[in-house]
Design a protein around this ligand. Structure first.
Ligand code: IVH
Length: 698
């Protein structure tokens, strides 16, 4: 059934019954270890649609409806909880969070004393019972009233000590999950034992906690966020239901948990923060959300809690969730879609990499159509088939990847994935020695394409070296990498077909001119994955020299605007691979220009970067429409270079941060947007006058 994502009120009575049935099925899978047929966003949208329908038709609410029930009413257990283990209500935007907070303050009749903002860990809630400081029993949340005994799994849970630092009777509550590293490791171990890999970390945590007698061990991690019995109040205080008396603030409780030896999010970049105002809390929500893709574990939201015990006590709890805490949900990083095809692409180094073609799916605002499949062995390990419904993961600037098929959803129409017999680019043999297949010709397989790219207008701009000329040079054995261009002699060129005196001289002159191209052009010419023209300009400006770029580690590279940790790692690896070529280019004086770096290559993230100087210092500039006057001859990349030479920052889309739009003829939606936002707009001529001193010499 297709569901309206935002238009919850559209359900008809028939749709409502279907929606309840789908949600019950999805909740059962989600809270046990099946593969849910829905992604998290779709499940949340489904529940909102069901709840909206029920609000409008209260007399028609079906008894098995998941609304108002912990875990959607899907699971139970036989170990009663001392104090119910509640769920959380969700909000989906800053506005909804503000409304929720206002509602809470209305209820209290006073402002909330302080907030505590912390990550919403994407795992499974557990209660760990300690007697005299010794771990005695581990229980799942179940339906919130009773859970399942999973004490057999306790040993494998890091961060949940067998013995606490004090001999207390206490029940720690928190989330058990697989960190990204534990997830990768778990899947390696599983596939080595012939088991199907886990679809995603959450699924893996659920399966691992329940599993008994596995022939291998998978470690998990506990993060505590609550406790029963710590503040000595009658019903155990903060955690799931605050008690009488003063009681601990939530932030103090988290400190107590850590002091007892339990792991908490305090050790992570997304550490809980006490915030005096809702504005500060909103800011921390945004910070934690921004950190998401860098965290070593998955989060599906940020939890905002009233910090003081008095506020919690007076707000109280409903049957499903406390009124003093709420989850600000973030868009899911996992989505379910269909695998339509697998393409095989040959990389610059000759690696033959499979790429999934997907039914387009929006993940956190980005439409994903392709995803990596790593290598052929990985496809086999995951047991993927064409036509499968698959889990796709994308976070931040991480390349989307296909994680696993939903085997239960198969229709019988699925087809096996065909592996190539020969290199799909050049038809030569494939080297299958390693997990990653490679064309036996290695880099040479792609040589012509790499050279043609490197000499293009926005890179080294060597006129007269188009595709056919590059083929000629490679086939004649004159060029076996980019650096060979600067060894070409007049005689060698004249000996080639269709090369006369004039074209030879012109080509040699163009190659000579290219020797002194600025760093950003030379870097761009290398074709390092994930670095086009814009990124190359930023990297060049940041480091100032090829030597500094080569010396940078992933952490240093990640300081460049727009480079996340994953991309930084790829760049470092590619540069290491390109090291011999870079040495040869340097020997020939290519890319050796040095400029003052805009940020010291060794600067830490806290140190301020040196602001650009020039007429555009501090300006964020977007260029649109066709350029006229002195700018007419420049490519868009050259205009962007000009902006950066003049001290500004070039970007391609208009946003609130844009300070200046250069609008040429036929400027369209960008101009309209800039007008809406009240951004300063200049014609190409006005702009040229402003940056006249930085225009390229004709
Ligand atoms: S507080 C009464 N804090 O999210 C308070 N829950 O969707 C209930 N969760 O059942 C829990 N991180 O399993 C709390 N920092 C956090 C959390 C968290 C993850 C889970 C927990 C809860 C579910 C609700």
């Amino acid at each position: 059934m297709m569901l309206p994502m935002n238009d919850a009120a559209l359900l008809t009575p028939g749709d409502y019954a279907d929606a309840v049935a789908t949600a019950v099925r999805a909740a059962a899978a989600y809270y046990t270890d099946g593969a849910t047929p829905l992604g998290d966003d779709e499940y949340d949208a489904l529940l909102r649609a069901v709840a909206a329908y029920e609000q409008a038709h209260p007399q028609e609410v079906l008894p098995d409806s998941p609304t108002g029930k912990v875990a959607g009413g899907a699971v139970g257990g036989d170990v009663p909880h001392s104090v119910p283990m509640l769920s959380l209500d969700n909000v989906f935007s800053a506005e909804e969070l503000a409304d929720w907070a206002a509602g809470l303050e209305r209820r209290l009749g006073r402002p909330v004393d302080a907030w505590c903002v912390e990550p919403k860990l994407d795992g499974l809630a557990v209660a760990a019972r300690y007697r005299a400081g010794r771990l005695h029993q581990l229980i799942t949340r179940g339906d919130g009233l009773a859970g399942e005994d999973i004490s057999h799994a306790a040993d494998a849970v890091l961060g949940l000590p067998a013995v606490l630092a004090e001999p207390v009777d206490v029940e720690l509550r928190g989330e058990v999950l697989l960190t990204r590293e534990q997830f990768e490791h778990a899947n390696e171990v599983r596939t080595a034992h012939g088991a199907v890999p886990f679809a995603n970390p959450r699924n893996g945590a659920a399966g691992t906690l329940r599993a008994k007698d596995r022939p291998y061990r998978v470690e998990l991690t506990f993060f505590g966020y609550g406790a029963v019995g710590l503040d000595e109040s009658p019903d155990g205080g903060i955690g799931d239901g605050p008690g009488e008396g003063e009681g601990l603030t939530h932030s103090a409780l988290l400190e107590r948990l850590a002091a007892l030896g339990a792991n908490t999010a305090a050790t992570t970049a997304a550490h809980p923060l006490r915030c005096a105002t809702l504005e500060e809390a909103q800011q921390r929500v945004d910070e934690i959300a921004a950190l998401r893709s860098e965290l070593p574990f998955g989060i599906d939201g940020v939890v905002v809690k009233a910090d003081s015990a008095a506020d919690q006590r007076e707000a109280g709890s409903g049957s499903r969730a406390p009124r003093w805490a709420v989850a600000r949900k973030l868009a899911a990083e996992h989505k379910v879609t269909r695998l339509l095809d697998v393409e095989w692409n040959v990389g610059r180094t000759g690696i033959i990499a499979p790429r999934a073609v997907l039914e387009p799916v929006v993940i956190d605002g980005v439409t994903v159509t392709y995803a990596t499949l790593h290598n052929p062995a990985d496809i086999t390990r995951r047991g993927l088939m064409l036509g499968d419904r698959v889990f796709v993961y994308r976070a931040g600037d991480v390349i989307p990847r296909v994680e696993a098929p939903l085997v239960d959803e198969r229709t019988g129409e699925e087809r096996p994935i065909a592996f190539p017999e020969v290199c799909p680019r050049c038809g030569d043999a494939i080297d299958r020695e390693e997990q990653r297949w490679r064309c036996v010709r290695g880099r040479d397989c792609q040589l012509v394409a790499s050279i043609s790219y490197a000499v293009g207008r926005d890179q080294l701009d060597i006129e007269g070296l188009g595709g056919t000329r590059a083929v000629q040079l490679v086939e004649a054995g004159l060029v076996s990498d980019l650096a060979d261009l600067w060894t070409l002699t007049r005689e060698q060129l004249l000996a080639l077909e269709r090369m006369g005196d004039t074209s030879t001289d012109n080509l040699l002159a163009a190659i000579e001119t290219a020797r002194s191209r600025p760093l950003n052009r030379v870097f761009c010419a290398l074709g390092v994955r994930g670095t086009g023209r814009t990124m190359s300009r930023r990297i060049a400006a940041h480091f100032g020299s090829m030597a500094a770029i080569r010396a940078a580690d992933a952490e240093t590279l990640a300081q460049v605007d727009g480079i996340g940790t994953e991309k930084a790692r790829v760049i470092v690896a590619e540069l290491a691979d390109l090291s011999p070529l870079l040495d040869r280019l340097a020997d020939r004086g290519v890319g050796t220009a040095v400029t003052a770096p805009q940020a010291p290559a060794t600067a830490s993230a806290e140190e301020p970067t040196i602001e650009g100087t020039g007429p555009l210092a501090g300006e964020a500039v977007v260029v649109t429409g066709s350029m006229t006057g002195p700018l007419a001859a420049l490519s868009r990349n050259e205009v962007n270079e000009l902006i950066e030479r003049a001290g500004g920052k070039a970007s391609s889309s208009v946003s609130k941060r844009t300070t200046l739009l250069v609008a040429g003829e036929k400027a369209g939606s960008k101009r309209a947007k800039a007008e809406d936002l009240g951004i300063r707009i200049l014609t190409p001529d006005e702009f040229a006058a402003l940056v006249a001193a930085h225009l390229p010499q004709a």
